[in-house]
Design a protein around this ligand. Sequence first.
Ligand SMILES: NC(=O)C1=CN([C@@H]2O[C@H](COP(=O)(O)OP(=O)(O)OC[C@H]3O[C@@H](n4cnc5c(N)ncnc54)[C@H](O)[C@@H]3O)[C@@H](O)[C@H]2O)C=CC1
Ligand SMILES: O=C(CO)COP(=O)(O)O
Length: 343
Amino acid sequence: MKAAVVGAGSWGTTLANVLAQNGITVALWARRAELAEEIKNYRENRTYLPGVKISSSINVSSDLEQVIHDSNYVVMVVPSHSMSAICRQLGKYIIDEAIIISASKGLESDTFRRMSQVLADELPSRFSERIAVLSGPSHAEEVSKELPTTVVAASAKRQVAEQVQDIFMNAYFRVYTNPDVVGVELGGALKNVIAICSGISDGLGFGDNTRAALMTRGIAEITRLGVKLGAKPATFGGLSGIGDLIVTCSSLYSRNRRAGMEIGRGKTVKEVVESTKMVIEGINTTKAAYLLANKLHIEMPITEQAYEVLFQNKSPLDAVSTLMKRQGKHEIEDMVFEKSVEW
Ligand SMILES: NC(=O)C1=CN([C@@H]2O[C@H](COP(=O)(O)OP(=O)(O)OC[C@H]3O[C@@H](n4cnc5c(N)ncnc54)[C@H](O)[C@@H]3O)[C@@H](O)[C@H]2O)C=CC1
Ligand SMILES: O=C(CO)COP(=O)(O)O
């Protein structure tokens, strides 16, 4: 059994290690030859995952054809903005029986496509029923320390989801299956928007009450958009929904939350992006979610304020004020009061 992991950032490197520990022959693709060399020389990804030993059995290369060759599983872990271009390059190298897994979390900012839609559109059509998504609360730094972690393998096809579950499952990495690809993928992408907001709130010096408010009202608006796009509401109460939202809004490892904290403390978005080599998926996803919600007439007030702060220079404090001063609402939209009686 052979797996190709495409993308040698912190998550790709971690997933390569998990698969190698599970006895699978793994090849890891790094975009830059220097990074491939660094990992080969030190058996450590000093740029994206310092301090973690990379299994000696993993073959690391920047040659896409060599990495993909004969792989039964192709795990895509590149930033979402580069997914379509890389898919177009590698489609011709994938064997017919392969299963393709997206472990990236984001929406394309111009087309609004989810990553599994990008895979289906950009890879040869013979793979359309062999696509899966891996998502859930799983920071690379903690999985690398083998801290107990739970995620979801989603695919429209049960056999595909179960095969993905089988290759990744081990004593510290537990994988559930879910047929709701739309819900699993949207939960993983949209929680990054709320995590930026949670970071902004922390950076402004607000407290746990505010973070809890953002998370709870955040999952409400994520669910609203998700259901409109065909997702099942229950998925947003699961690992890839509220589970990932909790971890990303509260973890010090979250790049999205950290970016938000810097913005809350006064840095510009440009300064924050330029200060790290790591991908802050929530920025592009905020734009995609905002435009998509407008197009579909879905109310997403937190996402709207995130968009105005990130793309229209609105001050974070003004954004908070706008949210707090909105007209009073029912908490649960479809739960109404009994017919009013005079009193
Ligand atoms: N780091 C984590 O704990 C987790 C990350 N993810 C997702 O995994 C995906 C990859 O993120 P990480 O591995 O964390 O990356 P990272 O932030 O650690 O590193 C960025 C990676 O993207 C690559 N890259 C940058 N621009 C690129 C381009 N134009 N084309 C191809 N590659 C490019 C870099 O070479 C590097 O490998 C993201 O969608 C992220 O949301 C999902 C779960 C956990
Ligand atoms: O998706 C993640 C954890 O589940 C990673 O989140 P960040 O990209 O914010 O670090």
